[in-house]
Design a protein around this ligand. Structure first.
Ligand code: SAM
Ligand code: SF4
Length: 367
C-alpha cells in the first residue's frame, strides 16, 4: 500500500517507480542550486543505507517467515561496481556522509570486502558501517577493517542460547558471539541491536544490557515494527519504548543523555547501577513506532536491486539500477534520486493505528 502525496499528481516523466508514480508531486527548481537530497518538508538525507542482499541465514520471527522468502536472483542485484558508482555519486554530488551496508545478511555477499573497499575508494571522507547478524564475521572482520569499514551494528536479541534459537529459528549463538569478539579485536566499533518480543526475550532485557556493558558495546533496543511479511506484528502486544525502560528499571537507573541526537534514531541514556550507583555506560532506545522521529529523518535507502526508497514504510520506489544498466549518465541518475527524495512522505503515521504495513519486508528493503 502506498501513500498519496498531499500536493496531488505531478507531471514529471516516468521515473520507473514501483508504486505511486501517478501521485508524485512536481519537483520544484532546486533552491539556491542546492545539490543535496532535500524533501518537501525541509529534511536533508546524509545517511545512505545500502542493502546488499535479500538472503539471510537466520529466520528471526519478527523479520522473516520460517520458510524464507522468494529472493531476487543474483543478476538482479547491484554489483560492487554499481554500488560504488551510486555511493560515489551520493557522496560527491548529493551530500551523503555516511553509508551503512545492510540486508538481508550482508556477510552472505562473497564480495563484501570488495564492496566496502570500492565504496571507500569512491570518496575518502565517507563513514562506512555494516549491520549484520555476525555469522561468518570472525574470518572476515580484519579484512573488512582493512578495506575501510569503520564500525558495525550486530543484531543480538539475547545471549541465552535457547532463547536465541527460538527468536532466530537457528542454534547459532556461538557463531554470533565469535563474530562480535573478532570484530572488537579487529578494532571495529561494535554496537548491538536488539528487538524485544513479549513472552520470548523481554524478561532477559536487563541481562543483555549487562552483557553489553561489560564488554563496552552500546546496546540499542529497537521497537518491533510492522515490517515482517508474515504480519506477526501487533500494536497491542509490541513492547514499547516506555516498557523497555521499565524492564531495565529494577537493575538500572537511566538518565537521558543531553548530547544532541543529530538525526540519530536512538534516544540515548546514561546507565547507572541501582546496586552500586556506578556509571556503567549508555543504552539506546529506538522508538520508531511510539516516539517516532520522522521529522528529523536523515536517511535515504537503496534496495539490493537498486531502487531508491525514501522511507521504510512507503512502497514508493524509484529504479536507479535499471537506469544505470540502460546507460543513464550521472545527471540522469542524480535527477531520479533527487526526485525520489523530494517525494519522501512526511511520516509513517504517528499513532499505531495509522501505520502502513509495506509490501516488502525489512530483509528485502534493508534494515
Ligand atoms: N541481517 C542483518 C541483521 O540482522 O543485523 C541486517 C539486516 S536486519 C533487517 C537489520 C535490522 O533490522 C536488525 O537489527 C533487525 O533486528 C532489525 N529488524 C528486522 N525486522 C524488524 C522489525 N520487524 N522490527 C524492528 N526491527 C527489525
Ligand atoms: Fe536475517 Fe537480519 Fe532479518 Fe534476522 S533480522 S532474519 S538476521 S535479515
Amino acid at each position: 500500500m502506498s501513500r498519496v502525496h498531499p500536493e496531488g499528481p505531478g507531471d514529471q516523466p516516468d521515473l520507473g517507480t514501483r508504486a505511486a508514480s501517478a501521485t508524485r508531486p512536481v519537483l520544484p527548481p532546486r533552491p539556491d542550486g542546492d545539490p543535496g537530497l532535500v524533501d518537501r518538508f525541509g529534511r536533508r538525507a546524509v545517511d545512505l543505507r545500502v542493502s546488499l542482499t535479500e538472503r539471510c541465514n537466520l529466520r528471526c520471527t519478527y523479520c522473516m517467515p520460517a520458510e524464507g522468502l522468494p529472493f531476487a536472483p543474483d543478476a538482479a542485484l547491484m554489483s560492487a561496481d554499481e554500488i560504488a558508482r551510486l555511493v560515489g555519486l551520493g557522496a560527491r554530488e548529493l551530500g551523503i556522509r555516511k553509508v551503512r551496508f545492510t540486508g538481508g545478511e550482508p556477510l552472505l555477499r562473497k564480495d563484501l570486502v570488495d564492496v566496502v573497499a570500492r565504496s571507500a575508494a569512491a570518496h575518502p571522507d565517507l563513514e562506512l558501517s555494516l549491520t549484520t547478524n555476525a555469522i561468518g564475521l570472525a574470518s572476515r572482520a580484519a579484512a573488512l577493517r582493512a578495506a575501510g569499514l569503520h564500525r558495525l551494528n550486530v543484531s543480538l536479541d539475547t545471549v541465552d542460547p535457547d532463547v536465541f534459537a527460538e527468536v532466530t529459528r537457528r542454534p547459532f549463538l556461538d557463531r554470533v558471539l565469535e563474530g562480535i569478539a573478532a570484530a572488537a579485536d579487529a578494532g571495529l566499533g561494535v554496537k548491538i541491536n536488539a528487538v524485544l518480543l513479549r513472552g520470548v526475550n523481554d524478561h532477559l532485557a536487563a541481562d543483555l544490557l549487562a552483557w553489553c556493558l561489560e564488554r563496552g558495546h552500546e546496546l540499542r533496543f529497537i521497537e518491533q515494527m510492522p515490517l515482517d511479511p508474515g504480519h506477526a506484528w501487533n500494536a497491542t502486544t509490541m513492547i514499547t519504548a516506555a516498557q523497555i525502560r521499565d524492564l531495565l528499571a529494577a537493575d538500572y537507573s537511566l538518565t537521558p543523555d543531553e548530547a544532541p541526537r543529530n538525526g540519530a534514531p536512538a534516544e540515548r541514556y546514561r546507565v547507572r547501577s541501582r546496586a552500586t550507583g556506578a556509571d556503567l555506560g549508555t543504552v539506546g532506545v529506538i522508538a520508531s513506532i511510539t516516539e517516532s522521529f520522522c521529522g528529523d529523518c536523515t536517511r535515504t535507502r537503496l534496495t539490493a536491486d537498486g531502487h531508491v526508497r525514501s522511507c521504510l514504510f512507503s512502497d514508493d520506489e524509484t529504479d536507479l539500477l535499471g537506469a544505470l544498466r540502460a546507460g543513464a549518465d550521472d545527471q540522469a541518475v542524480l535527477d531520479r534520486w533527487r526526485r525520489a527524495m523530494w517525494a519522501k512522505p512526511r511520516d509513517h503515521g504517528d499513532d499505531t493505528d495509522g501505520l502502513v504495513h509495506p509490501t516488502r519486508g525489512m530483509s528485502a528493503i534493508g534494515g
